[in-house]
Write a protein that binds this ligand. Structure first.
Ligand code: NAD
Length: 358
């Protein structure tokens, strides 16, 4: 049986980088069936909504989703705001597909160490941020203006169940690595953080094979710059994870290199449903020019093999093929250094696919 993959290229460079990820997956020798659908501004232009029901149906019927990116200046002023690509497509896609666990590795690729803003060995990070994605302040209600618009309210809300299921995922990921988990919260101030810590502590008592520590989010932001190598797996809530994962990713030096997974529960077959996408956006400034770096999309495809299809060996092969192309001196414009060979989006994809076939 082939793996059925929904491919949502989206806008800007999204379709360009996703095409390279598909190319690389096709070079693995694994049997895939790819179905393409519109999302974001492209879907809005086509039918008036950034997340058409047909796209959502295709995702539900697939084993996994590969997403490019959505949005761009063309749709920045679309009204109402719920029809804008980012708000009208990404947020409902995550909640409709119950993608509550965002997994973001930040790993420095050795050939690109010089691109890190940190000096020397401190630039060599290899950590994963597990961010809760469907709860907390981005989703809680009420969210409104009061007092003639002069007062604003957002609501941060977490239930025990939401903390338990994301923590379970983090324990599972920690078990595949160094078995060290840092849970990040703001328990000295926030009630939701106190519940978070309470639940994580209860689970730590039942999962003694993983060592668990807690860190306040402000300290974590500082420690990530001071000594990033102390971290292996970081578990945190939605808004803290949004900020911490961006900070961690910058240590590696380039936005165009970093993948992500957003996972739901395992299906009855045992397969974990997930959506896989680069962390970068649609980069309208370079769209259509063959200048986009496809590596983040390709590494997202590797994550798909690891998390949805339990195929660590093939995921590692793709990651090695990426490193090997970089070791040969191939560079897209965003990571170009003197002495290297400047290649286009498709040339980089071809080279990685070739390495994989070798
Ligand atoms: P961006 O990530 O698209 O681009 C930031 C900078 O990084 C740009 O200079 C761009 O050229 C460069 N860049 C990004 N990805 C690259 C790649 N693969 N190769 C080479 N260079 C790359 O962020 P932005 O400019 O803030 O946002 C552009 C649009 O994307 C906005 O509409 C935004 O809302 C949207 N966006 C979408 C997502 C998503 O779909 N998940 C995420 C972030 C931003």
């Amino acid at each position: 049986m082939p793996h059925n993959i929904a491919v949502l290229g989206g806008d800007g460079i999204g379709p360009e980088v996703t095409a390279e990820a598909v190319k690389v997956l096709q070079s693995t020798g694994i049997d895939f069936n790819f179905d393409h659908a519109l999302i974001g501004g492209a879907a809005y232009d086509d039918g008036g909504h950034p997340l058409p029901a047909s796209t959502l149906d295709l995702c539900r019927a697939s084993d996994a989703v590969l997403l490019g990116a959505v949005g761009g200046p063309k749709w920045d002023n679309v009204q109402p705001i719920t029809l804008r690509p980012e708000v009208g497509a990404l947020l409902p896609l995550r909640s409709e597909l119950n993608l509550y666990a965002n997994v973001r590795p930040a790993k420095t690729l050795r050939p690109l160490m010089m691109a890190s803003p940190l000096k020397g060995d401190r630039a060599l990070v290899d950590l994963i941020v597990i961010r809760e994605l469907t709860g907390g302040i981005y989703f809680g209600t009420p969210r409104e203006r009061r007092d003639n618009g002069n007062t604003a309210v957002d609501t941060c809300l977490y239930s025990r169940h939401e903390v338990e299921r994301i923590a379970e995922r983090a324990f599972a990921v920690a078990r595949t690595r160094k078995r060290e988990l840092v849970s990040v919260d703001k328990a000295n101030v926030l009630e939701t953080s106190r519940l978070w810590r309470e639940v994580v502590n209860e689970m730590a008592a039942k999962n003694t094979d993983v060592s668990v520590s807690h860190m306040l989010v402000d300290n974590c932001a500082m420690q990530l710059i001071r000594d990033p190598q102390q971290f292996d797996v970081i578990l945190t809530e939605n808004m803290f994870g949004d900020i911490i994962s961006d900070e961690a990713s910058m240590i590696t030096g380039s936005l165009g290199l970093l993948p992500s997974a957003s996972l739901s529960d395992a299906r009855p077959s045992g397969q974990v449903f997930g959506l896989y996408e680069p962390i970068h956006g649609s980069a309208p400034d370079i769209a259509g020019q063959g200048r986009a770096n496809p590596i983040a999309a390709i590494l997202s495809a590797a994550m798909m093999l690891r998390y949805s299809f339990d195929d660590d060996a093939s995921a590692t092969r793709i990651e090695e093929a990426v490193e090997s192309a970089l070791n040969c001196g191939l560079r897209t414009a965003d990571i170009y250094e003197k002495g290297c060979r400047l290649v286009s989006t498709t040339e980089m994809g071809d080279a990685i696919a070739d390495k994989l076939r070798q």
